[in-house]
Design a protein around this ligand. Structure first.
Ligand code: ZN
Length: 235
């Protein structure tokens, strides 16, 4: 059996960050599998982008195609039953009394990492890769390095396996994430991310902007658009 630490399971949502993480993993590991979660997202657009991005990636970059293994979609819809958030219910995006935007889904990343860890053990995979990032987001507590480190320790103890969690975007802003994508997969990868990934909270895919598809005004679109612009200005 091959060394579990030579293979990775990427938490791939269908968005810009996790697509960049997937490329990062394909550069480093012999075998890479992907996992996505159906958690009753308000808009299924992101989930629909996943298989399209994966097949476009396979077609455009044969060296990565050879390493890219199975894609797994796991039902995590139990999250929706815990209460309303702007990600799972049709409510306006706003700040909550706790000082977090209501796009924060309590427990989401903790659950995702637990499910990914459990699947990784069954698949003989030792490394989980996620796009969690402290830089751009609104202080989501489950995106902080401290949380990720603690979760890694929990998985190692609770699964009895040498599980590592890698978060290659932790301290990158969105401009640097575009740059990282170019370094990893050139303009081909940047083009795939523009065309085939989805970040917009509102699920809009009508208009193609310079930075990709989206409503252009929700917090996720604003971040993506501003990061693209800063990257273009720096080039
Ligand atoms: Zn949007």
């Amino acid at each position: 059996m091959s060394d579990p630490l030579s293979s990775a399971l990427v938490l791939f949502s269908g968005g810009q960050d996790s697509a960049t993480c997937l490329a990062w993993a394909l550069e480093r590991y012999d075998r890479v599998e992907t996992i996505g979660f159906d958690y009753g997202q308000r808009h299924a657009v992101e989930l629909a982008c996943r298989p399209r991005f994966l097949s476009a990636l396979r077609a455009a970059l044969p060296a990565w195609d050879a390493r890219l293994g199975e894609d797994h979609v796991v039902d995590a819809s139990v999250l929706k039953s815990l209460g309303q958030t702007a990600m799972t219910h049709d409510v306006e995006i706003r700040m909550t009394d706790a000082g977090l935007p209501n796009t924060f889904v309590p427990g989401r990343n903790l659950l995702f990492l637990t499910l990914a860890g459990a699947l990784a053990v069954r698949r003989g995979i030792g490394v989980l890769v996620g796009g969690m990032c402290e830089t751009d987001y609104s202080g989501y507590p489950d995106c902080r390095l401290e949380t990720i480190r603690a979760q890694q320790e929990t998985l190692r103890l609770g699964l009895g396996a040498d599980i590592r969690i890698e978060t290659p975007l932790m301290y990158l802003d969105k401009a640097a994430t575009w740059q990282r994508a170019r370094e990893l997969g050139g303009d081909v990868l940047v083009g795939l991310i523009l065309e085939e990934t989805h970040t917009c909270y509102l699920g809009e895919r009508g208009e193609r902007h310079a930075w990709g598809y989206g409503c252009g005004t929700c917090p996720a679109c604003e971040l993506r658009a501003a990061g693209w612009q800063r990257w273009q200005d720096a080039a």
